[in-house]
Ligand binder design. Structure first.
Ligand SMILES: [Zn+2]
Length: 307
């Protein structure tokens, strides 16, 4: 089934309609990058348009931010290629992916589907759900962690990963909605899938296409494990176990961990790093709880009440 990755050479991006940049990654695989660059969005949010090369129907994944130029570019691309939209999908509901979604789905008269019920015109997406749209088979893979509602779409030889795996750098586990235990499990799920074959590339929510899925997923898991070990080491240095951190002290502890573990990361990313650190502390607490199995929760960190 299509889209296939037969034309491997990505055409250079061409800015059109004075707005977002279009890149034809392969026949029937179009990336339209929104002009919303930033520390969390890299060079902008990727809106993906998939269609069978011979077909006039398309699926649009993550319409992106509500920017006039971006909306105009998506419309122009669809119009120039004579494509109608059969389904609009969201990898997750963070606004840099979803803000334009309702308006866009209304304009093209297509169902909007996401795992978050608030963002769906019909039934919310469920894990392992398989549906067909624009002549393609799409499977939903629940990949919570970056956010609780994150999913990855498997279509042909591609996995559309949203912010679960990015084209560059690593992603944030957005505590308290995102949980590190979920995230690690999601990475393993994607890795198993990629290692099983048939996945030629990851199409991320930000940054370039990832042509080495298994290697990238291994790097991601390794990175998380390293960070986790570093956080645990700083806590040990402070003579604290994760479970012994009092709620009142959490902000200060997170600040010190960020300054130490994320010292090489630009300061503008420290607020995001702090979210990841909170997610890591929660993970360590949960691990400790699991190991101690009984009790010891007491006045220790209430894992869901901060922020
Ligand atoms: Zn994003």
């Amino acid at each position: 089934m299509s889209p296939d990755r037969d034309s491997v050479e990505a055409a250079p991006g061409e800015p059109i309609a004075g707005g977002s940049e279009l890149t034809e990654v392969a026949a029937g695989v179009l990336r339209i990058r929104a002009e919303n660059p930033g520390p969390m969005t890299l060079d902008g949010t990727n809106t993906w348009v998939l269609h069978r090369p011979s077909d006039s129907a398309a699926v649009v994944i993550d319409p992106g931010p509500s920017l006039t130029a971006h909306a105009a570019t998506i419309s122009a691309v669809l119009r120039e290629r004579g494509l109608g939209v059969e389904a609009v999908l969201l990898t997750h509901s963070h606004l840099d992916h979803s803000e334009l979604a309702r308006e866009f789905a209304g304009q093209v008269d297509a169902p909007l589907r996401a795992s978050a019920p608030d963002w769906c015109t019909g039934a919310p997406l469920t894990d392992q759900e398989v549906f067909s749209a624009a002549g393609m088979t799409v499977e939903v893979v629940a990949t919570p962690g970056h956010s609780s509602d994150s999913v990855t779409f498997a279509a042909g030889a591609y996995l559309l990963t949203g912010d679960t795996v990015l084209g560059r750098g690593t992603t944030v586990v957005a505590h308290p909605d995102g949980r590190l235990a979920d995230y690690l499990e999601s990475l393993q799920r994607l890795r198993r899938r990629a290692a099983a074959g048939g996945v030629s590339a990851l199409l991320p929510g930000h940054g370039p296409v990832i042509d080495d899925p298994v290697e990238r997923l291994d790097l991601y898991v390794g990175h998380r494990r390293e960070r986790l070990a570093a956080v645990a080491a700083v806590l040990a240095e402070l003579d604290l176990s994760a479970a012994s951190i009092r709620q009142d002290d959490l902000d200060e502890v997170v600040r010190r961990v960020v300054e130490t573990v994320y010292a090489e990361v630009p300061r503008q990313l420290w607020p995001a790093a702090a979210l990841s650190v909170r997610a890591q502390v929660r993970y360590l607490v949960e691990q400790g709880d699991r190991e101690a199995s009984a009790g010891a929760a007491g006045e220790s960190l209430g894992v869901d009440q901060d922020d």
